[in-house]
Design a binder for this molecule. Sequence first.
Ligand code: UT7
Length: 330
Amino acid sequence: MNKLTANITAVGKYLPEKKLTNKDLENFLDTSDEWIQDRTGIHTRRIASKNEATSDLCINAIKELLNGKNIDPNDIDAIIVATVTPDMMFPSTACIIQKKIGANNAWGFDLSAACSGFLFALETGSQFISSGRYKKVLVVGSDTMSSILNYSDRNTCILFGDGAGVVLLEPSNKGFGIIDSKLNIDGTGGEYLYLKAGGSRLPTSIETIKNNHHFLYQEGKTVFKYAVRGMYNVSKDILERNNISVNDIKLFIPHQANKRIIDSTAKKLKIDSNKVLINIDKYANTTAGTIPIGLYDAVNEKKVSKGDYVLLTVFGAGFTFGSTLIKWGL
Ligand code: UT7
């Protein structure tokens, strides 16, 4: 039998209904629509309602995927959820999802790699499939960033939104799907982007709450520079080691953190701007959600066809970064 690859055979996404525009932010923050659009490319972001947690966003995305392909949840072997905003510390979001969608034969877990989470989960799921042991793996990327943002900090709260995306991985013996992944972590970047409290180092206390330590902290300028360098390096490396030129890439889906980061990375890679998927204007940075939401949009807008090469690239807290090369097989 030919070597098995993990093919993406279905996609789903969910964005909460509520929109928070730059104009809305102007009402309570010292910022402007012009500044945000100019410096980040963001216009609107979606915000989860009070009764929506990350598992709810994921379940809506998964239901769309399952209904669209008429899949029985009992056929799902594993559920991998990339998130840094799980419903709670434990049980895992994967367990909550498994119960609610009735995936009675599945196992699964959450994976924490911030904005790179989806690609780390995709590589994990891909290995599960190509080993031959599993036939249907759901890989979900979702974050409810509004639950960890300080809406009086203009440096951070303008950047993020809530959302979920999911793909189904199934085996292909014709070489479609995940061709290669190059993933990295660099812990020296940990001090530039983190959420300090609520873990075992600094458990929740009145002090931690008073000091706003339950909110995301970021040194934006530093992360910006590392993001461009990191995404460029892994993208270049993965193309080189697969003997694929940028001209062979039909679609580049980079992590959506800042339009200027995307533009600089694409320019360094010499990828034509009309091959770059951009949806940051509508959704902002949904952390682990950006890549699967981007994949969904690409499919929906017919930006990819069977046999096309698609390059995915991410950068996030940790630092974590990586690139995945796909031969589109849907
Ligand atoms: O991939 C993982 C996540 N990565 C990211 O989220 C991206 C990382 N970084 C960035 O996207 C950018 O660095 C930011 C958008 C966060 C900031 O853009 P910048 O061009 O690096 O601006 P800056 O931090 O240098 O700030 C420039 C000015 C400052 O004012 P002064 O000191 O020049 O008077 C800021 O106080 O802009 C001010 N500023 C704002 N003004 C209006 C910062 N945030 C805002 C704001 N509205 N929201």
